[in-house]
Design a protein around this ligand. Sequence first.
Ligand SMILES: Cc1ncc(COP(=O)(O)O)c(C=O)c1O
Length: 392
Amino acid sequence: MSVAQQIVDRHTHLLIGNYGKQPAVFTRGNGSTLWDADGKSYIDLFAGFGGTILGHAHPDLVKAIHLQSQMLWHVGNQFYTEPQVRLAEAIRQASFDGRGFFCHSGAEAAEAAIKLARISGGPNRKKIVSMHKGFHGRTLGALSATSGPAQHGFDPLVPDFIHVPFDDLNALDAVMDEQTAAVIMEPIQSEGGMNVPSPQYVAGVRALCDQTGAALILDEVWTGVGRTGKFFGHQHIGVTPDIMTMGKALGGGIPVGGIWAVPERASFFKPGTHGSTLGGNPICAAVSAEVFNVINRDNLLARAVEGGQHITRFMQSSRHASKMADIRGRGMFIGVQLNTPDATALLRRCLELGLVINVTQKNVIRICPALTISTAQLQQGLELLDKALENI
Ligand SMILES: Cc1ncc(COP(=O)(O)O)c(C=O)c1O
């Protein structure tokens, strides 16, 4: 039996089957190249749900881990540590005047944001409004804001969460009132199918929050940390949230999540109101701060824009363009909606060809490589995708 098959069998025996699996066992990665247990190489155009925004084993992140791991691992958040400050300064420089809290995942960031919105809204504001097809994570609070099948079977969810159609200001207006603690939404819906709202919509959501006193929570877990060509998705629209959530790329592939909140809201979290034992620990924070340094130093926001244009042009001029219903997104965060209702078979074909890609909502291909991918490798990956589309 091959080494890969042994790993699959041991995994199946010991791990809970809550993930749909693809038949590949990865053992090594460098930049945008992955290798499996049999030594076969793959081009990675998915970056692990966007986590490895600088690719695998980026030398500066390796160095940051190495240096910090020799100095200090963890002491607990009752003490001050410098890497957390460095990370907060990097986020402050990349976003708006605020204060941060760090955890390990996007779902925990959503939990923190929802709690902060409720506590800062006072005792009469409990309602949280979120969007159809929105996704915010799988813990019970985050799941209550998430919409669709992810919720099924987990009743009762947290009370006072309601969902409205995305990109429909009238629908939102109809439910906003003085009991609304927050509206939570993604600047671009990812799991929901790579849906880009109109800029007027997001500006309108901001205005409705201002009129009613509700907090605007923008979930920047996918769109944050450079993927769209700006550090945060809301910067394309000129709308500033009261609270934003972050995850995925924030740690460059190491588990780091967090929120960033305007000072007037942030001050409502006092000792004892919220916490996370390992959140913002020195190793995670040092790596995360270095992600921002590298993006700035290597001008990777511009690279995200160029890469996105390359992907869009390639797909538009593909010989399979007639199989595509739409190409949308921003920066290196591109969704290609296919005409066929179910394109999930494409994933396996791509793996056979040596390409890692993803499909959401059954027929929307998500293309979101590391911002460090070279144009040549990006082109090579897209050619493999084009080849795989022959079978669709
Ligand atoms: C927009 C968005 N927010 C939050 C989450 C939850 O993040 P995590 O899986 O790190 O808990 C996800 C996960 O896919 C997401 O897409």
